[in-house]
Design a protein. Sequence first.
Length: 482
Amino acid sequence: MEHTREAVRNRALALMVMVAGLATVGCGTDDAGAGRVGSSLTPSSEAVVDRGNDARLVRSVRRYGAEVPLAYYELSFALSKRTMGITPPVQARIYAYMGLALYESLIEGMPRQRSVARHLTGFGRLPKAHGQHYWPLVASAALAEVMRGLWGDATNVAAQNVADIDVLEARWEAAASHVPAGIRRRSIDFGHAVGAAVFETSKSDGEHRAYLSNVSPSYVPPVGPDLWVPLPGQMAIQPFWAASMRPFVTRGASCDPGPPPAYSETPGSTFHAQALEVYQVSAHLTPEQLTIARFWADGPGSIGGPGHSLSTTGQVLVEVGANLEEAAEAFARVGIADADALLSCWYSKYTYDRIRPITYIQRVIDPAYATPLPTPAFPEYSSAHSVQTAAALSTLQLLFGDVGYTDHTHDADHFAPRSFASLTESMNETGISRLYGGIHFRAAIFDGFAQGRCVSARVNALPWRRSDRDREDEEREDDAPR
């Protein structure tokens, strides 16, 4: 097993270098650039090629490695950095649809799994596979197609994003040149069909092209001593998200943790004590605490908070030596949990409209106070970092246990990697980083953990795994009149 994990780690590292080169060059309309990148982009044939006979080659998703989705998610992290309007809810929504397209495209090759699309709000039947398919190509085509819609379409860098997706897809197709032409074509066409169907479904969820409308001029923040006050130049981000975005599984109010501690300016009260903690800690950070705050900041123009959780997902998949089936299930579960977690979080934010630490501390404790990190343009409670991280990592714990890993997410940003003995340790550091940054009070962090775990439990309660009777039930549904 250790040998297998090491091999997967090495291939994953090669893919990270490959995709980083692709995103850096941005080869859309530059034919010369595309040629230069191509020589370094071709995936190792060992990543997807099965030298057995055709029947075995197309039989089971579990027989292949996770390199294909790892490469596409690695590319998505680069797209997150250069695409405008990718706020936490917008990004989490994208990753939910990416994971669904990947997972649902592979269902017919995963006898242990079952489709969850019909259990999700707003989803109808998706295309079904018929005949033999080469599953790595199906996965590549499905991800490429849904990503062209989610990262292309009306984004500010649509042409560049789509071109990089096209190049990555072409390299995986080239790596599968050993697959019989008919199976290769059928696999690509089917993957495209699923990816297109998932993107088409996304258009009716209430937040299609949300990256174009992150703020609403019609929203007027309520006024009160305990309520959030936008800082100079700020406008509220996605104030209507919880009302307009269709949930995948869990409505925003379903996992609401309840109100934060009662507002008070009286020394010794719970709220004043939590504000004083933020002030005393964030104003006197150790070098290590400042590093932690910055490592997990994931603000605008970065990989983003949900992106960091999906990066963690990929790194855990590498750590455990996951196969393609395990990767597809993990990316789907984590993506949906993350999206519904941010929906729940945004419900709480604009329901309680809690004041940010900087406003309270400057008003009550120290008018000269400044935060180590920029304060986001939305209310404080609950903590988005805590909610979405808990939803994602609780899902990974369910699938793989409370494993340790080393986080290389920000290697390219000149941060040293951070190692964790467990996912719990990583989650706790993510949460406390927001107190170090002067962004959140303690209640928002730890209530946010409970909120994220609640969402994770509901998403993971879906019937992801088959029972002996599942296939019979599905066959009866397929035969029923439409």
